[in-house]
Design a protein around this ligand. Sequence first.
Ligand code: AMP
Ligand code: MG
Length: 528
Amino acid sequence: MAWPSLMQTHMNKLHLKAFKNTFISNFSGDQSGSVIPRQTPGVLYSKAVPTPVKNPELLAWSDELATQLEIEYPDKEDIDILGGNLVTPTMYPYAACYAGHQFGNWAGQLGDGRAITLGEWEISENKSWELQLKGAGPTAYSRRADGRAVLRSSVREYLMSEAMHYLGVPTTRALSLVTTGDQIVRDMFYDGRPSYEPGAIVMRVALSFLRFGNFEMLAARNETDNLQNLVNWTINQHYPHIQGDDKILTWFAEVVDKTAKMIVEWLRVGFVHGVMNTDNMSILGLTIDYGPFSFLDNYDPDFTPNTTDLPGRRYAFGKQAAIAYWNLGCLANAISSLVPDKEKLIQAAEAFEDIYYREYYGMMGNKLGLDQITQDDVNLIMEFEDVLTSIQPDMTIFYQLLIDLPLDLENEIEIVNHFKHSLYHELQPSEITIFSQLIGKYQHRIKQNTCSRENSLMRMRKSNPRFILRNYLLHQAIEELEKGKNELFIKLQDAMKDPYSKNYDEFFVIRPDWATQMAGCSMLSCSS
Ligand code: AMP
Ligand code: MG
């Protein structure tokens, strides 16, 4: 007798399976389908049908995510869905209405201007994932923009959200990347010289795309019933373990916890988001909305990849924890009408600092291979931050070389030599001194570990990525794709799935000189 395999999964075709629509059936929405830009008081979403494109072609597909979601490799009809040319009868496409604080200022209603959720994809574990097209045309929230996305920004979002997943950082996912065959006008440098760029669409996937801004919108409009319902719905759907009288407080405390942990993960891998507005903060603590992001090359906590952020550097690498805390304050404010005990709400927000520092020093201990964290270790970590900031080695390569550091190196020159591949400039005598003194202290500290050297090294290898998707690599891959070549794109796609291994050491070099000032290789505009 032939038994069925216990491991057998039921793969589904995108265009054949029935979608669920619990979000839209639970909340009031604007069903008109009109994409005339407008304010939409009283509703949480507006119907928005994707605008068809000329010639959708599949450029990339995330096999592992598809397997997890039990989605079959796309055929012609599925590609039509991914390109916005087909909406099946069980889908109810909509754009969510949200607001936000941008660069510290209240911006009012924003909403999904170029993201359209097609519906919820339920898989066997009784879990539903939101499938959303980014770049599928205008919605009621597109304001003066076109609702489209260029290939350049879509490749960045596709590769980077998947790369973050493989690094172990909480993130929204990307299932597919489709070119549209249409050309889109963008003024990439905001200098009045617009040009045509190829259009593309990413299908994003997350358990929810709700942002702090969804809650802020309802609070600003004094739509207390809608706000209460959205909070209840979020807890029931996404925090179902939370029960009891203090539900909302407990929930908020969990959002604080998840957000703090997400930031610590960003700091571990050297990620700078670049646009931490409250409309880009996920209620599930996921990294969301990949725009002018970057990994750190040289270790500079003041680095912001976003040209729009330049004067204030509000969203610089080293400010991300403080900004997350500020954003959580906005969320607390938004839900405060639902919480009778304001003092407790403030305390829950203020817990951010403790959670953050506990997690941060724990994470840094792992990066450095320490068996525990004492006050002296906190001081040592702060010294690492100071010295790295003044010498600015390549963050990723520095930590890799630290893993290989012989513990008996004493000579200053030998120590500097060991790290030379991570350096962007030749060290001055004073720099050599502070650097080798730090490494000397570190060697001494590692010898105090009560765990084995192998255990300490294992911790370091797990915490320090060896491959990161540097902006200049993305830039090169995009340039090639625009010329119809996909060699580097495929290589990066492979490498980002295995970021802790030595399998992709062709990329294990500091950012080349030519990329330092070049647009798209270090800094980026928001034009996408
Ligand atoms: P972001 O800074 O990318 O998070 O975008 C901020 C707001 O602008 C969101 O409401 C987006 O939906 C909207 N937006 C950005 N680009 C476009 C576009 N090309 N078309 C329509 N809306 C857009
Ligand atoms: Mg956004």
